[in-house]
Design a protein around this ligand. Structure first.
Ligand SMILES: CC(C)(COP(=O)(O)OP(=O)(O)OC[C@H]1O[C@@H](n2cnc3c(N)ncnc32)[C@H](O)[C@@H]1OP(=O)(O)O)[C@@H](O)C(=O)NCCC(=O)NCCS
Length: 205
């Protein structure tokens, strides 16, 4: 339900897509924005960001809910907090997920390595990402050298999960030579551990 809206929005804000496949099909992907990426321009961002997409997508799900007004409010508030707290960056991770059956085999690190390399090669200096601490593996970013820029209540996730969720904005300075921010750091999808492979379409506008 909500996932569809996030996917639509993430794709509409991305010009980089990297998809990991196994013989069964797609097992993970990373959608991102790289402002100076030569493979394709960043699509123009809708003035209200993800609000209309999320609104449309969740409306069906929440239509009969007596808490519809609270839900609409949560969308606006969360979007506003993100906008106010996200530093100006020239690259961002928009959507990043690996099928739970394939996690822990190096696929996520490989997808991230490739994205960071592309961002660095394009001359990007700062990568940002928004995540939340309830359903996401936010520690992945800390382990990769991202620093926490802001933490606040994620009203959307808190609303539909029924539990308190905190939104976290992470940033990685690509000009610093960190372990994982370095363009020279080329992690590999473990060919010995998984049959997965990645392919990079030119973009996903
Ligand atoms: C974040 C995510 C994409 C990582 O994908 P992955 O393929 O599991 O990543 P890797 O196999 O490359 O592992 C990354 C790290 O997490 C650790 N890890 C992965 N799965 C683990 C598990 N089930 N238990 C413990 N550690 C795990 C690995 O040891 C590795 O640590 P290292 O870099 O210090 O060696 C995946 O966990 C995921 O899809 N999570 C849900 C969605 C999400 O959180 N997306 C990102 C936030 S928007």
């Amino acid at each position: 339900m909500g996932m569809q809206g996030y996917m639509e929005y993430s794709l509409s804000a991305s010009n980089w897509a990297d998809i990991a496949y196994s013989p069964e099909g797609v097992i993970g992907f990373l959608f991102g924005r790289i402002d100076k990426y030569s493979g394709g321009p960043v699509p123009k961002k809708a003035p209200l960001g993800e609000v209309p997409t999320l609104f449309r997508s969740f409306l069906e799900y929440e239509r009969r809910s007596p808490r519809i007004l609270a839900f609409i409010w949560s969308i606006f508030v969360t979007e506003l907090k993100q906008r106010l707290n996200t530093p100006k960056s020239d690259a961002s991770v928009e959507m990043f997920i690996v099928d739970s059956r394939y996690r822990g085999r190096g696929i996520g690190n490989e997808l991230m390595d490739r994205f960071l390399k592309a961002a660095k090669d394009a001359g990007s200096s700062l990568v940002t990402v928004y995540t939340e601490d309830l359903m996401s593996n936010w520690r992945f970013y800390e382990n990769r050298g991202f620093r926490r820029v802001a933490t606040f209540r994620d009203n959307i996730t808190s609303h539909y999960s029924g539990s308190e969720a905190r939104g976290i904005i992470f940033a990685l300075d690509l000009r610093e030579r960190t372990r994982n921010g370095s363009a020279d750091n080329k992690g590999k999808i473990n060919p010995g551990k998984t049959k997965g492979e990645t392919r990079s379409p030119p973009g996903c506008a």
